[in-house]
Unconditional design. Structure first.
Length: 406
């Protein structure tokens, strides 16, 4: 939904919460789930969609007839697409995803081809005058990157994706940005690393690739990369890194890096002075990777690639735990469990209100694996509760935002 016109601000939820790898399954989720969420939220005007398209679904939706059919369906049902989650290339539900979510990474030509295809699809669906965004993995899983050659090929492929987006802009007038999403234990896992990548490898290797392959001047290549590349700022990922969200957003802004999209999400933590391992053991599940950080009273931070490794490692009773396990935005506390929702401070709201991004996406994809007292009976009702929390907390809605013209 369009929360505000000037500067523009759109809100959606990511459909990666709904299982399905084929386009038929994805389309069914829009018909059966997204429309139900729209009904439950009950706000007038077009309802934004954040599609999750894996490779199999993207192959089907790339067919012009399929995209035209879906665009007509959206128009008829008060829906519009403005963002796509292009992070998971393969299966995302019902199997041990773990590190596989990063395959293929940005060293692989398959990742480039898939992302370019998503750009073409989004251009066909995007309303006139609305900027589009595609979130993607931040290069690779950090442990896989061994050499400067690895970094170079990632930067070159990302630059080529930006070049493709620029060609799409020239042909269609649709302005689409690719948003690298920092995540714990990835090649880019923090705000400082994002800034370093944009200022270093992307500028050095990416600009050179555009100059040598496409005959662009350095200044022209710089402008193209700035126009079509940015960051997807996931608030749970940055919370796990013990970053101050408002400071990180300001650092990206000051570095001239576009915040193409903000994922509104909360990570799992526990209250201080308790047996954290006992409180968290129910969240050790086999589908997703739950990178964990523990901060000691002295300020040192221990990093663990998954929750199980942290549970098996001795911890101090006063350590602060933060776990990459997305919990609903409306969840505040239950027993010893807490969330990082509190980090979505008035200053964060102020920065979003200043126009630092145009896209907000609720991204709680873990409803299907939430244990015990955090589980919800119906996913659509849980998502609608998240919308209520966001709308109440951010309060950006303008009376004239609900226009049939996007």
């Amino acid at each position: 939904m369009k929360l505000r016109c000037d500067p523009p601000l759109h809100l959606t939820y990511c459909l990666n919460v709904h299982p399905g790898e084929t386009w038929e399954e994805n389309f069914a989720a829009v018909r059966e789930k997204a429309l139900r969420v729209k009904q439950l939220v009950g706000r007038p005007g077009p309802f934004g969609l954040g599609l999750r398209l894996g490779r199999i679904a993207a192959e089907s939706l790339a067919n012009p007839n399929a995209s035209a059919e879906f665009r007509a369906f959206c128009d008829a049902n008060g829906l519009y697409v403005f963002t796509v989650n292009g992070f998971p290339y393969g299966p995302f539900h019902g199997t041990a995803v773990k590190e596989n979510v990063y395959k293929p990474d940005w060293r692989a030509p398959e990742r480039l081809a898939y992302t370019n295809q998503l750009t073409d699809i989004l251009a066909a669906l995007l309303p006139e005058g609305t900027r589009g965004s595609i979130s993607t993995l931040p290069g690779s899983y950090k442990a896989w990157i061994k050499t400067e050659a690895d970094v170079r090929i990632m930067a070159e492929h990302i630059a080529e994706a930006a070049f493709h987006a620029d060609n799409v802009r020239d042909r269609s007038g649709k302005d689409i940005t690719l948003a690298l999403e920092p995540e714990p234990d990835c090649f880019i896992e923090s705000t400082p690393e994002a800034i370093s990548f944009f200022a270093g490898p992307l500028r050095n290797f990416g600009v050179r690739r555009l100059r040598e392959t496409h005959g662009m001047a350095a200044s022209e290549a710089d402008e193209l990369l700035a126009r079509h590349l940015g960051v997807c700022f996931d608030t749970s990922h940055m919370a796990v890194q013990f970053e101050d969200l408002s400071e990180s957003l300001a650092q990206l802004r000051d570095a001239g890096i576009r915040v193409s999209k903000i994922h509104l999400s909360s990570a799992l933590t526990v209250r201080g002075g308790v047996d954290a391992a006992s409180a968290l053991k129910a969240f050790n599940e086999n589908v997703y990777l739950h990178q964990t950080r523990r901060k000691s009273p002295s300020g040192g931070v221990a990093s663990f690639p998954d929750l199980l490794a942290a549970l098996e490692s001795p911890a101090g009773r006063d350590d602060q735990w933060r776990v990459h396990f997305h919990v609903p935005l409306f969840f505040d506390e239950s027993g010893d469990l807490r969330s990082t929702r509190v980090l979505l401070t008035p200053r964060v709201v102020e920065l979003i209100g200043s126009g630092i991004t145009e896209h907000l996406e609720i991204e709680t994809y873990t409803f299907g694996v939430l244990p015990g007292r955090l589980a919800v009976k119906e996913v659509t009702e849980g998502i609608a509760r998240e919308y209520t929390w966001v709308l109440d907390h951010f309060g950006f809605t303008e009376p004239n935002s609900y226009s049939s013209s996007m």
